[in-house]
Design a protein around this ligand. Structure first.
Ligand code: PLP
Length: 392
């Protein structure tokens, strides 16, 4: 299947419809939708347990997706395992809820986090009684490592923000420092995977959680985890699909066998069609030509410059990024969102689940967020500018 050009792969977009909410959910390209349809119409079957031929096709494609995720991140199968979940939020909570408290001294997160790790770090602290520390992030997204003590810390941070796309530029250094201090690092890569995966490649955290639905793939969560992480965890979420044997009061986990380690986080029946769709999305992304990546960069810069040039517009971003948030002086962002919607421009308004930082640290009013994707075209940018000029 592969990439056929954005005009064909997003041909279902109606005339004049401008979708600017890729940071929440990417639009899915046709080949991904087709592969999911193919699963439902040609080999609808449960993975891992089924011996008839449809099951074998499903197994092959699911296994291939695990390999493609590792390849995309530049990680090795001898060190890392790929497990599927519901979304980033579920993955982070699943890990934190099972970590053994006595292995750690505290939990650390950062001020610019999405509620997903921000709240999960609170419940971790409540469950374990361990202290919680919220680190500051520099304007460029990095953390001043010398300001913190990482001894036996659980660190859970994003590597790209969902309101301005700023990246955790010193992620490699952070991981090395935390590991040296006996701690672990869980990376929220929800925003990084689609357009900023470069920040992640070649670094080796203890876990990476992301949402396939922000990566041009169907709704699905992924946990990529270092094998040693299992030693620091209890098993607290169990059921079908993850045991090899069960007696009256005990069970044998399939994840004890290296080959089936991924079952450690996969209790119950999985979203097989969606997993296969993720595999197709990764192939599709691999096929996207450089010129289309450059277009996305150029459209982001054009829109950023346009917003930046208006004295009434206050942008949170310090530099262009496909994800940009702002407010217009004297104009309620929700009303602005409504006005844009009437012109078929779909953008998000509010705090985008970053209430603590945007509302309570920066003291900003509700914002509007434009998040671009590979489906956007030059005519979208022209239309946004025209409509924004009219409204402002
Ligand atoms: C940085 C970041 N982390 C976590 C999440 C949560 O993702 P999900 O709702 O798919 O669990 C999001 C969603 O927007 C996000 O942008």
């Amino acid at each position: 299947m592969g990439y056929n050009g954005y005009m064909k792969d997003f041909d279902y977009l109606g005339e004049g419809e401008v979708y600017l909410d890729g940071a929440c959910q990417s639009l899915r390209p046709r080949p991904v939708i087709d592969v999911v349809n193919q699963y439902y119409t040609e080999h609808n079957s449960c993975g891992e347990r089924v011996k008839y031929k449809w099951g074998k096709i499903t197994d092959e494609k699911v296994d291939a997706t695990r390999e493609k995720v590792l390849k995309f991140l530049g990680l090795k199968a001898r060190k890392y395992t790929v497990s599927f979940t519901l979304n980033t939020t579920y993955g982070i909570n699943l890990i934190l809820s099972q970590l053994k408290a006595d292995e750690f001294s505290k939990i650390m997160t950062s001020e610019i986090e999405h509620n997903s790790p921000f709240l999960a770090s609170m419940t971790f602290a409540q469950r374990t009684g361990l202290p919680r520390e919220v680190m500051e992030r520099n304007d460029d997204g990095s953390i001043n490592l010398n300001d913190y003590d990482f001894t036996k810390a659980v660190v859970v941070v994003n590597c790209a923000s969902n309101f301005d796309g700023r990246k955790l530029l010193n992620i490699g250094e952070l991981i090395k420092t935390v590991h040296k201090a006996g701690g672990i690092v869980i990376i929220d890569a929800a925003q990084a995977m689609a357009h900023s995966a470069d920040v992640l490649r070649g670094v080796e955290p203890d876990a990476i959680c992301f949402s396939a639905h922000k990566l041009y793939a169907p709704s699905l969560g992924v946990i990529v985890w270092r094998d040693e992480l299992a030693e620091k965890m209890d098993v607290g979420f169990v059921g079908g699909g993850m045991v090899d044997d069960v007696e009256l009061e005990s069970y044998l986990l399939s994840s004890e066998n290296k080959e089936h380690r991924y079952t450690r986080f996969e209790s119950g029946l999985q979203a097989w069609g969606e997993i296969i769709g993720l595999g197709e999305a990764l192939d599709w992304l691999d096929d996207v030509p450089k010129k289309d990546w450059n277009n996305l960069k150029q459209y982001s810069a054009e829109l950023y410059d346009f917003l930046d040039s208006s004295p009434k517009v206050h942008i949170v971003n310090l530099e262009p990024n496909p994800t940009m948030s702002f407010y217009v002086e004297g104009l309620d962002s929700h009303l602005l969102g409504g006005a844009l919607s009437r012109e078929n421009i779909m953008a998000r308004t509010g705090y985008f689940c970053v209430h603590y930082y945007l509302d309570h640290v920066l003291g900003l009013p509700p914002l509007i967020r434009f998040s671009l994707g590979l489906h956007n075209r030059e005519s979208d940018i022209e239309k946004i500018k025209k409509v924004m000029r009219k409204i402002i």
